[in-house]
Design a binder for this molecule. Structure first.
Ligand code: IPT
Length: 954
């Protein structure tokens, strides 16, 4: 048990010892041996229990582990999730004695022909701190989990001989204090390890400077070993260290990521370079790339895979990039650490603007702690070397990526001199890129004004006051918290980014849900905080992405895609179609425009629409082809035209035919009065609608209606009742909105029949729906009428009574049917939609199974609503809105099961289907981390009515 060798480095403030200076990651022809694969592995629960045998370990009894990987996802220890709080006591630089220690050992033979080369052992990422031993010699130690470290082994190896590498990795270290990112705590060698042979006569560090100003490029390549730069495509050949004008060159941008292959030749070898000419500038408070204002349609990306954690494969990274490009996303903030370098290669190649963020967060200390609270590490001089070194390691590694347009110091550390020192390093070393840090709230030193989760009103104020914060360009480095159902209200932000030049977009929080694939009793689900027995944790706050853990797009990504699409297609108000090009550099000539017209969801025509090339920023009005203009004149109800812009030819990121934008125009109403939906208004705020009194007899032979339910012929429609509750979304629950609704008793209302009888030719039932113990209620009058065609009409009117709550989660009716499988409807789809998440909902006719109608949010919650439904066929029952539209929800479990479920296997279908027709439902918002739901999306309690007809279909 005795520890004889020195482990004091675990709690050292320094960044490392015995490590080589950072340099650019190069694609060169130096020899290398990948050390990915099997290593011998042993996990000790604490440092004290880790045997002191790394000089000559007997690994015969050890396990085998795969590198790269996290030990918690390889069968050792357990993942743990906290957001802000540290899972250990705050007494930097100390860490708990129970500090899991992973020892990795493997051998490798240094090739005989490596004689004369420097032999370097390179780690791309080890979490959180590690020491390297080679053949019993301690080589050094390093820290900075998401940063590379290199060790010079030259003196310790002999060509042709085998060496034994032993790496001791510590779960906790002084470094953990500055790596408090909102994610799983996962340890180990999680990125590649390589053994490199560097020839002294070959470049080891290169800095490419490629700019583009006023149509002309300039190129200069600095190299630690001089050589010649050759760019065959440009006919260029010139020495390193010299600046060369490049007159005929295409610039690099996210939309047109033009790269030029180049090679740097030196005596000792070649370095392949991919050069993108581009200039980032800030002028008049606007950030430009090549002179064009950029609007960041961005996302915050953590590295995540549900089985591998942050140990991503190249395919995982490509999947992310392709999904982003196909969604029209043009920017990524690498929250909150430098990503695997291959991801940046992909961003260069496919075209994504990158905010490369340093591996730094100290959120759990508070922003500006005052004594006696401990200083935040960014204020404490003992951390300065480590923090500046972190910045240096990122900038040096990544400086040659054209995709990186902004450096970011880190996230959520408050303010301190160490940040200023980091800024100064980055600014001096690379003046070509602005530097970002959101908690420098007054922009004392940073080059960009940045906030997170600001309300639309807040963004408006910043847009209006162009001199605030030194007049710098403004971005939302985080907004649109994509936790669970949502985010809502994205269109409101987009409008502001277009209105105010300095408001240059933002980055949705975040890209992917970090749910870890787990199974219990043979049932698979995605685990979140607390599922591994953590004592302190932050539950499902780790699942707040636009993608589900398996990278399936959530409705949030579908919505975001629509909100940021590069063209806006609407009615032009003059009988034609207006198309606005929102691209930064592309015109529309790469797109084919397809028209489909439908009447009541049935296709009546299709074709292509010739559209002249529209330049970026321009709007064109296009006349409808003659056939369609006639349909428009005919004015049949629910005649819709859908215009889709598709890629004419395939690109590197999508096939020909990929849809980049679409719009719908309703042809049967004057184009000046285009509705956003099928039919009349059903706004969340106050539902109106004429009760339609069918000229019919009171419910007779065909259907029966009582307070308990109705039946249509043989079909029982059970438990028909008013419904005012939804399973709280994360955006309802976290800010306490759902608790306020519960205080008003909305989750447990009771129903009382006040009266029933025949009135004015209808069977009229009056009910009062009210919570126990409270004095308010909703009085509903249900008028059932038998209609000549055999259907049953329901005219419902609702009046709140007493001290009713100001807002409701929903106002609808719910009933039960014997279990059904399939639903067809005419309204909005194909995915779910709510009043503030309906941009992507197109009017049309859809069909889906009840299973398909459920959105599998990692923590079960309200989902699957379709706003503005005109009619639905739910199994044997047809429901038609006359004339008001309803929100449709169909599921095979109750709201209360949905509410109490912790993971998807908790939701079990029974033999009953629950159908809810909403008069209105509250919007979604993004209040789990963001502003309150805007008033306009709340459902204000007010008198309301609904008219529907039920028919059986066989
Ligand atoms: C913000 C963090 O920067 C981010 O990492 C994440 O935790 C996000 O919140 C919530 O999911 S910080 C918050 C105080 C606004």
């Amino acid at each position: 048990m005795s520890v004889t060798h020195d482990h004091s480095y675990v709690e050292d403030f320094a960044p490392g010892a015995g490590v080589l200076p950072p340099r650019a990651r190069l694609d060169d022809d130096s020899a290398r041996i990948s050390l990915s694969g099997d290593w011998s592995f042993r996990l000790s629960p604490s440092l004290a229990e880790a045997p002191d045998d790394l000089k000559d370990p007997d690994t015969s009894a050890w396990d085998t582990i795969t590198v790269p990987g996290h030990w918690q996802l390889s069968g050792y220890g357990a993942p743990a999730y906290t957001n802000v709080v540290y899972p250990f006591p705050l007494e930097p630089p100390h860490v708990p004695t129970a500090n899991p220690t992973g020892d990795y050992v493997r051998t490798v033979t240094v090739p005989a022909d490596w004689d004369g080369s420097r032999v370097v052992l390179r780690f791309e990422g080890v979490d959180s701190r590690f020491a390297v031993h080679v053949d019993g010699n301690l080589v050094g130690w390093s820290s900075g989990s998401r940063l590379p470290s290199e060790f010079d082994l030259t003196e310790l190896v002999a060509p042709g001989k085998e060496i034994r590498i032993a790496v001791r990795v510590h779960q906790w270290s002084a470094g953990s204090y500055v790596e408090d990112q909102d994610m799983w705590w996962l340890s180990g060698i999680f990125r590649e390890v390589n053994l490199l042979a560097l020839k002294p006569s070959a470049p080891a560090d290169v800095f490419v400077h490629a700019s583009y100003v006023d149509g002309t490029g300039t190129l200069k390549v600095d190299s630690d070993v001089p050589g010649t730069v050759v760019v065959p495509e440009l006919g260029l050949e010139f020495p390193t260290g010299f600046e060369t004008p490049v007159p005929e060159v295409e610039p690099w941008s996210a939309e047109n990521p033009r790269l030029y292959d180049a090679v740097l030749r030196s005596e000792g070898g070649e370095v392949r370079l991919r050069i993108g000419f581009r200039t980032v500038a800030i002028a008049d408070g606007v950030l430009t790339v090549n002179g064009n204002r950029v609007l960041f349609n961005g996302v915050n990306r953590h590295e995540f895979h549900p089985d591998r954690g942050r140990a991503l494969t190249e395919q995982d990274m490509l999947d992310d990039v392709l999904l982003m490009k196909r969604a029209g996303i043009n920017a990524v903030r690498t929250s909150h650490y430098p990503p695997h370098p291959h991801f940046l290669d992909l961003c260069d190649e496919y075209g994504l603007y990158v905010v490369d963020e340093c591996d730094l967060e100290t959120h759990g200390f508070g922003y500006e702690p005052e004594p006696p609270a401990l200083p935040n590490p960014v204020m404490d001089p003992r951390w300065q070397d480590d923090l500046v070194e972190r910045m240096r390691r990122m900038v040096e590694r990544d400086k040659n990526h054209p995709s990186i347009v902004i450096w970011s110091l880190g996230n959520e550390c408050g303010m301190g001199d160490n940040l200023r020192a980091m800024y100064e390093f980055a600014h001096d070393r690379d003046p070509s890129r602005p530097v970002h840090y959101e908690r420098d709230t007054q922009a004392e030193f940073v080059d960009i004004y940045s906030q997170m989760y600001t309300s639309p009103e807040g963004v408006t104020a910043i847009g209006e006051d162009v001199t605030s914060c030194r007049g710098l360009p403004f971005i939302l480095c985080e907004y649109g918290h994509a936790m669970g159902n949502g985010p809502g209200g994205l269109s409101d932000y987009r409008a502001l980014f277009e209105k105010y030049p300095r408001c240059q977009g933002g980055f949705i929080w975040e890209w992917i849900d970090h749910g870890l694939r787990t199974s219990v009793d043979g049932q698979e689900f995605y685990a979140y905080g607390g599922d591994f027995g953590e004592e302190i944790h932050d539950g499902n706050f780790v699942c707040d992405g636009l993608l589900f853990p398996d990278r399936t797009p959530s409705p949030g990504l579908v919505e975001y895609t629509k909100v940021i699409e590069p063209l806006v297609i609407t009615a032009d108000g003059k009988g034609g179609i207006s198309i606005t090009n929102r691209y930064e550099v592309l015109d529309t000539s790469h797109l084919t425009f397809r028209i489909v017209t439908e009447i009541g969801g049935e296709r009546v025509g299709s074709g292509t629409l010739p559209v002249p090339a529209i330049a970026p920023g321009e709007t064109a009005s296009v006349e409808l082809p003659p056939g369609i203009a006639e349909q428009q004149k005919a004015g049949q109800p629910d005649t819709w035209l859908t215009l889709t812009a598709e890629l004419t030819e395939g690109t590197s990121w999508a096939e020909a035919g990929h849809r980049v934008a679409w719009g719908q125009v309703r042809l049967d109403v004057p184009t000046g009065e285009q509705p956003r939906h099928a039919g009349g208004a059903a706004e969340a705020a106050g539902v109106s609608g004429e009760a339609r009194h069918a000229k019919a007899e009171a419910v007779g032979e065909g259907g029966t209606a009582t307070a308990a339910g109705i039946s249509l012929g043989e079909l029982p429609i059970r438990n028909l009742r008013l419904d005012v509750w939804r399973a709280p979304t994360d955006n309802d629950a976290i800010p306490g909105v759902a608790d306020a609704w519960k205080e008003a008793g909305l989750h447990r209302v009771q129903h009382r029949v006040v009266s029933e009888g025949v009135h004015d030719g209808a069977w009229e039932v009056v009910t009062r729906t009210a919570p126990p113990a409270l004095q308010w209620g909703l009085v509903a009058t249900w008028r059932f009428t038998h209609i000549a065609d055999g259907s049953l009409g329901l005219d419902l009117s609702i009046d709140p009574d007493g001290q009713f709550p100001a807002t409701l989660p929903r106002l609808g009716i719910t009933f039960e049917l014997p279990r059904i499988e399939q639903v067809e409807w005419f309204g909005t789809g194909p995915g779910e939609s709510y009043v503030d998440t309906r941009a992507a909902a197109a009017v049309g006719k859809y069909s889906a199974s009840v299973d398909e109608l459920q959105t599998p949010y990692v923590r079960p919650q309200e989902n699957g609503h379709h706003i503005d439904t005109r009619w639905a066929v739910v199994g044997p029952l047809r429901i038609e809105a006359v004339p008001t539209l309803f929100g449709l929800t169909v599921r095979n479990w109750t709201t209360s099961a949905l509410e109490s479920g912790k993971h998807s296997p908790d939701l079990v279908a029974g033999d009953t289907t629950y159908v809810t027709l909403d008069l209105a439902q509250a919007g979604i918002g993004s209040n789990s981390c963001g502003p309150a739901l805007p008033d306009k999306y709340k459902l204000h309690t007010a008198p309301a009515s609904l008219s529907v007809r039920f028919t059986t279909v066989r």
